[in-house]
Design a protein around this ligand. Structure first.
Ligand SMILES: [Zn+2]
Length: 291
């Protein structure tokens, strides 16, 4: 780790000496909840912001209405998780990493929204290896690949600003016009695993992992004009006019809590400046592996 990090500026990029205003985003710094082993080493525990603000978790969930969650920094044990072939094959490395580092063992990382998982994952990366992240990115203008440096501590947190239809429900309402109202949910770790396993299966059968949008809708749409029958929804999705599809996707994307992964890059080949999704490659947790 090249740079000593000062605590609560990890996401906000703000001055760590200034306490954030009440309810503001940002790190609260070490909680004093510190593990000490026989060697007198301290494994820091940090309180990190949850983008969903816990609004989507039911009242009996440990994160219900919680703005932050405590994590323990990674140790050599987590490096074992990151290199476990069995977990890599199952596609559950990140889930097990999160499980291992969440202080409250009642929290099941599979139930967390993707955006909340990404926030915890990014925080673990920063506390473990620092905030500099160097990764190969493809230029959207000329398709050439180049190495880009990102600063993870400056990625903005997108906090949930739109209220779910009920307290503690992962259900949101998009009124697309006076004829069409769609209720949808945000994907969790479990959904992500199921979708990627399905895509893997399709690839093995020689099918293309296309139908990205309709697959996503089949997981996210809860009801259409009050109709919640799965078969009817799936028929609707196949025939949905693209005008509505686009409006729905905007509603979903604009309100999705998480970490802003769209970053600017300057291509060294064509000098074009583009917005690209920051890839989460192997070097996210192995920063020196490809240097
Ligand atoms: Zn280029």
């Amino acid at each position: 780790m090249s740079k000593k990090r000062s605590g609560n500026d990890v996401f906000t990029g703000g001055n760590p000496g200034t306490p954030p205003p009440p309810g503001a985003a940002g790190w609260q710094g070490p909680t004093g909840n510190v593990l000490k082993d026989e060697f007198g080493l301290e494994i820091p525990v940090e309180s990190i912001p949850i983008p969903s603000r816990g609004l989507v978790y039911p009242p009996d969930h440990p994160l219900h209405m919680c703005e932050t969650v405590d994590i323990r920094a990674m140790t050599a044990h987590e490096e074992d998780i990151l290199t476990s072939r069995a977990l890599i094959k199952k596609g559950t490395v990140i889930t097990e990493l999160l499980r291992s580092c969440l202080c409250d063992k009642r929290i099941d990382p599979n139930q967390l929204l993707i955006g909340d998982r990404n926030a915890i994952m990014t925080a673990l990366r920063i506390t473990g290896y620092g905030s500099e992240y160097s990764v190969e990115v493809q230029c959207p203008a000329c398709d050439e690949r180049s190495r880009q440096d990102f600063n993870l501590s400056t990625l903005p947190i997108k906090r949930l600003t739109c209220e779910p239809v009920a307290n503690g429900a992962n259900v949101f309402e998009a009124k697309l016009d006076d004829k069409l109202t769609i209720r949808y949910r945000y994907l969790t770790g479990t959904d992500e695993t199921m979708i990627s396993q399905m895509n893997e299966r399709k690839k093995k059968q020689g099918m293309e992992a296309s139908q990205l949008i309709t697959t996503r809708y089949s997981y996210q749409i809860v009801s259409v004009n009050g109709i919640d029958d799965k078969t009817k929804i799936s028929m609707f999705v196949q025939k949905m006019p693209s005008k509505y599809s686009l409006a729905l996707r905007r509603h979903m994307d604009d309100n999705e809590p998480g970490i802003e992964m769209q970053q600017q890059m300057v291509c060294p080949h064509c000098f074009e400046v583009s917005e690209v999704p920051m890839p989460l490659g192997a070097s996210f947790f192995w920063p020196d592996s490809k240097r």
